[in-house]
Ligand binder design. Structure first.
Ligand SMILES: O=C(O)CCC(=O)C(=O)O
Length: 271
């Protein structure tokens, strides 16, 4: 017996042209896939080291740890790339952008780039199942948004690897509890890998039962009609506006015109 996949009655079958196609089909079918970023261990460490410094700066900005804790934002960083250039490189990651393009088409934007540090035994808000387009209960024939959780530490069963409900991006309601118990699956990912999800796939962080923090950077990429979590062009104040790839990704040119004349002039510029 070979390990060939046998079937009968099949007259149409997908054939992946390359690895990206295979990952894209996994996301369409089950709502998630694990993707290798191709970054070296040194590059992964470099990224990991940037996380705490940005969170410390943002904590200071808003008035200290107590304020962050009240907001349920302790151990969370937002718009990381605006604070530290190394996170720009993560957004440019080749395998990641190839997969985003295969699933979302050529024009998609970065909606958010957040750091998540799960401390040992911490019971934080991400341990509750959610979609990354929260409060939405429709399903779409194509992905509208994807998230890519870059694992700066290995995600293991012990340190709270993410749980997913496979296929839940195709099902409007949150499933019955007993069904969730049967279907939920914890996905382990090596350091330097991305857990890529259709943003409508229900998922949650696990509890970190190890002795060390578990650090990750979550990205949400969307079709351009979805509003960014933080207005990146305003935050970046023109930085990267001349870079064709990054300006599109960061949402330059999507600012809402404030007059009819401005709307027409913007159209004129695009002719
Ligand atoms: O940290 C995790 O395992 C999941 C993170 C998450 O749910 C999110 O960023 O939306």
């Amino acid at each position: 017996m070979t390990d060939q996949i046998l079937n009968f009655g099949v007259t149409e079958a997908s054939i992946a042209r390359d690895e990206t196609d295979g990952h894209a089909e996994e996301v369409r079918l089950s709502g998630f896939t694990v993707l290798d970023s191709g970054l070296s261990p040194v590059e992964v460490t470099h990224l990991r080291d940037g996380i705490e410094a940005v969170i410390a700066r943002q904590t200071e900005e808003v008035g200290g740890h107590d304020v962050m804790a009240r907001l349920d934002e302790a151990n969370t960083g937002r718009a990381m790339l605006a604070y530290d250039d190394r996170f720009i490189e993560l957004v440019r990651n080749g395998p990641l952008l190839a997969l985003m393009e295969r699933l979302l088409g050529r024009y998609f934007v970065l909606n958010q780039q957040n750091a998540i540090v799960v401390q040992p035994d911490d019971v934080h808000h991400q341990i509750r199942f959610h979609r990354d387009l929260p409060y939405q209960h429709f399903v779409s024939s194509r992905p509208l948004a994807l998230n890519a959780l870059f694992c700066a530490d290995p995600f293991t069963l012990d340190n709270g690897a993410t749980f997913v409900i496979p296929g839940s991006h195709k099902h409007e309601p949150f499933p019955d509890e007993a069904v969730v118990r049967r279907l939920q699956r914890q996905v382990t990912v090596p350091a330097g890998g991305f857990l890529v999800l259709d943003a409508m796939t229900y998922h949650r962080a696990g509890i970190n039962r190890s002795a060390h923090p578990r650090r990750a950077i979550n990205h949400v990429f969307t079709l351009p009609f979805i509003r960014q979590q933080i207005d990146l062009p305003a935050l970046l104040k023109g930085r990267y506006a001349d870079d064709p790839l990054l300006s599109r990704l960061f949402g330059y040119g999507l600012e809402v015109p404030v007059s009819v004349r401005d709307w027409r002039l913007a159209r004129l510029k695009r002719l």
